[in-house]
Design a protein around this ligand. Structure first.
Ligand code: HEM
Length: 485
């Protein structure tokens, strides 16, 4: 903004409480060389505010880019769900998206080999629906107990403060169910060229409930209309040398230039009873559902057309949580999803505060009447004098039983069930993925893996070769060759 000598009243500098600031260049001192005076309230306010401008970064997915847009329904799926956002072809719902890398900190470079977060917030008339997914259809693990360890393994070494190939690969190779996700991350899709050039997935199995109160299991797929584009390791390292914010720049510039990125939403839908019949675990986050069994059904288009006016306000303060669900869209027994229903809002109460639902980017755009009160930074009137207990004799805070989902049959004894004994099939799907790759893609997978394993000790490399060989002997042999073992 240019500085005009005829500064208007609106841009005149004031304190946070509106008093005019007389001098913003010189501190108030006793004489020109003298010590400061405590009564320089503007200096004190400036220094104090600076100390509080920083908030904790997200524990993972700290580096990201966001944009606003719209979701438009193009195909009718009301036979599967009563969710209002899907209620009619042509219906539009306002939304906000945030894309991220995962392991890097808030200042990390964008073009890193890593999975990408794909978090979406739909402002529906029955509350916010957050789909907090990734650019891959599967994940490293299928029991949330291992998630904190995953983070410790991929983040920095506590002594050297550097990323550690040893920790990373020691952990991954001891978790054979990680091989599917590891194969994707090490493949030619492991470094997307930009956030616009990648697909997004809900990854977990969720549920749809229709107007007849029937349940279906569902997986969400957002397919990029920009086409898939990726970087090789060499291209990425050259790019990072010149531009650490390549993803942010690409998304921001495309939207500023009117080239609005779009993704087509498809769903895979499984009738509730099929979950007992399919030969794989339908709620296992390390597995995909074969498209030949459950084909993609087209639903609509998401378009991002507006950059946030202020990055901190809308992107840094955005809060996505898988527990933000709306009638017609529910969860599944997937244990990782179940843990995430707790983890996100808990993180956000710490990162942003208990009233983070009032921050404009997070606020629902439908009436909210939640019966929570008070807490730090309550700024919405706090329900005024409305009585605040329920049940009461005055009709306040009525529950909405019409939205009840059908009962979900569950059985089983409580125990620390070892998922690995139930299903030791860690290798079929990574093997299938490997066999789908063209020879050049397989070669890229071998070489990316070898570079990423770097200085990890030989016994860890051999363990990985063994896991790959179980998926496909040619996978193991190719990685061994690339590692020179
Ligand atoms: C961010 C926990 C698995 C996608 C986060 C955050 C936490 C978290 C605490 C930071 C939230 C914040 O401060 O706002 C967990 C736990 C997991 C898990 C405990 C497993 C037990 C997953 C999976 C996916 C995923 C399986 C994708 C399918 C994301 C994304 C973000 C995120 C996209 C960034 C959201 C944003 O842009 O603000 N996760 N996560 N996470 N997680 Fe997870």
């Amino acid at each position: 903004m240019s500085r005009s000598p005829e500064a208007s009243k609106e841009i005149a500098l004031t304190t946070a409480f509106g008093a005019p600031v007389v001098d913003n260049q010189n501190s108030l001192t006793a004489g020109p060389r003298g010590p400061l005076l405590m009564q320089d309230v503007w200096l004190i306010e400036k220094l104090a505010n600076l100390n509080r401008e920083i908030i904790p970064e997200r524990r993972m997915h700290a580096k990201g880019s966001g944009a606003f847009g719209t979701f438009t329904v193009t195909h009718d799926i009301t036979r599967f769900t009563r969710a209002k956002l899907f209620s009619a072809v042509g219906k539009k719902t306002e939304m906000f998206a945030r894309f991220t890398t995962v392991a890097g900190e808030r200042g990390a470079a964008d073009a890193e080999r890593d999975i990408r977060g794909f978090a979406l917030k739909f402002y529906t008339e029955e509350g916010n629906w957050d789909l907090v997914g990734n650019n891959t259809p599967v994940f490293f693990l299928r029991d949330p107990r291992k998630f904190p360890d995953l983070n410790k393994a991929v983040k920095r070494d506590p002594r050297t403060n550097m990323r550690s190939a040893t920790h990373n690969w020691d952990f991954w190779t001891l978790l054979p169910e990680a091989l599917h996700q590891v194969t994707i991350v090490m493949s030619d899709r492991g470094i997307p060229a930009s956030y616009r050039h990648m697909h997004g997935f809900g990854s977990h199995t969720y549920s749809f409930i229709n107007a007849q109160n029937e349940r279906f299991w569902v997986k969400f797929h957002f397919r990029t209309q920009q086409g898939i584009r990726n970087l090789t390791d060499a291209e990425a390292s050259t790019l990072v040398g010149g531009d650490r914010e390549s993803h942010q720049r690409d998304l921001y510039d495309a939207i500023e230039g009117g080239d609005f990125p779009r993704w087509t939403l498809y769903v895979q839908v499984m009738p509730e009873a099929d979950a007992q019949k399919v030969p794989y675990h339908p709620f296992d986050l390390t597995k995909v559902w074969p498209k030949k069994d459950y084909p993609l059904i087209e639903v609509g288009v998401m378009e991002l057309d507006r950059n946030p006016e202020n990055f901190f306000a809308d992107v840094e303060q955005s809060a996505f949580a898988p527990n933000n669900l709306v009638p017609g869209i529910g969860v599944s027994p997937d244990k990782v999803l179940q843990a995430r229903l707790f983890a996100y809002s808990d993180a956000q109460r710490y990162r942003l505060g208990v009233n983070h639902h009032q921050i404009p980017v997070n606020a629902a755009r439908c009436p909210v009447h939640s019966n929570h009160r008070d807490g730090a930074m309550r700024v919405d009137g706090n329900y005024g004098g409305t009585l605040h207990y329920e049940p009461n004799s005055f009709g306040q805070w009525q529950e909405q039983p019409d939205h009840r989902e059908p009962p979900l049959g569950l059985r089983g004894d409580a125990d620390f069930w070892n998922f690995r004994e139930d299903d030791a099939d860690y290798y079929k799907q990574p093997g299938d993925l490997f066999r789908l790759m063209a020879p050049a893609q397989q070669q890229a997978l071998f070489e990316n893996t070898a570079r990423a394993m770097g200085d990890a000790p030989e016994f860890i490399k051999r363990r990985h070769i063994g896991n790959c060989a179980k998926a496909d002997p040619a996978y193991g042999a190719g990685v061994a060759r690339a590692l020179g073992l």
